[in-house]
Write a protein that binds this ligand. Structure first.
Ligand code: URA
Length: 271
């Protein structure tokens, strides 16, 4: 394998960050000291059979994670409390491999809130959503309808980077969902835009694909929101970078968002 192929392979498996200032050749490092032989385990007396518990087994860790996520998210009364609750949350294994928590960017008082999928390498490094190439395209898309990060608020359904940018698992999405739902309720935007299929499916609780979902307004409401808000699923900019022909549909979605903003200005929702 030549150097470039080795480097590509490392990036693909997620090893895309320098940990030390200078390279360390672990092949020429002295071998680690031998591990002392384990002492033989004491022979235990056979255990008496344990009767099956009369109550249900404790929840699986994944189910327990959802329960504690719901409790922690519901207890957060401000965005700062929500950020702190996420930072303290131990129910999503992605936290262990990520460099930073990626909470949000933009203006929390904005009318428009966008929810993407999950941070990539650039977002993980900077702790801000949509700052890499997808984010640059997103910024250009927003600018085309007169928006920027002072007039929108941005977060993701998953706040930690999945290794090698893999798709988040169902368990990871379920554990993080209560936080993003609470995030939306606390921001209480006038318009919600779901960026990409992962975000749309998770927040609309549907198995329909983004091809069918995009461009159609629906309403969104969680039990802790006073009223429902309009929501539009649209293509993810990373998809548009791979499939530029789909930008035509995205442009329609952007115009539809612009129209919805002006409808809301002329006829503001009662909060
Ligand atoms: N893609 C996302 O969905 N979110 C980000 O923050 C960056 C890339």
């Amino acid at each position: 394998m030549d150097d470039l192929a080795a480097l590509r392979w490392l990036v693909e498996i997620g090893a895309d960050e320098a940990i030390l200032e200078t390279p360390l050749d672990r092949f020429s490092a002295p071998p680690p000291p031998p591990v002392p032989a384990a002492r033989p385990a004491p022979v235990a007396a056979p255990l008496a059979p344990v009767p099956a518990p009369a109550v249900m087994a404790a929840p699986q860790p994944a189910a327990q994670a959802v329960v504690s996520a719901r409790e922690a998210a519901a207890a957060a009364k401000t965005l700062e409390e929500l950020r702190a609750a996420l930072a303290a949350f131990e129910g999503c294994a992605l936290k262990a491999t990520a460099t930073n928590l990626v909470f949000s960017d933009g203006n929390p008082a904005a009318k428009v809130m966008l929810v993407g999928e999950a941070p990539g390498a650039d977002e993980d490094r900077q702790g801000k959503p949509f700052v890499g190439v997808s984010g640059q395209l997103l910024d250009r898309m927003l600018a085309a309808i007169g928006l920027d990060r002072t007039s929108v608020y941005i977060t993701n359904v998953i706040p930690w980077r999945p290794p090698a940018n893999r798709t988040p698992s169902a368990a990871e999405l379920a554990a993080c969902l209560p936080f993003v739902q609470r995030h939306i309720a606390l921001v209480n935007p006038q318009i919600l835009v779901l960026v990409g299929g992962i975000s749309a499916k998770a927040l609309l609780d549907t198995s329909e694909g983004i091809m069918r979902l995009r461009g159609k307004w629906r309403t969104y409401r969680t039990p802790d929101m006073a009223a429902e808000i309009p929501v539009l699923p649209t293509y993810h900019p990373a998809y548009l970078l791979r499939q530029p022909a789909q930008k035509r549909d995205s442009w329609r979605d952007l115009l539809s968002i612009k129209q919805k903003i002006s409808d809301n200005i002329n006829n503001p929702p009662s909060k």
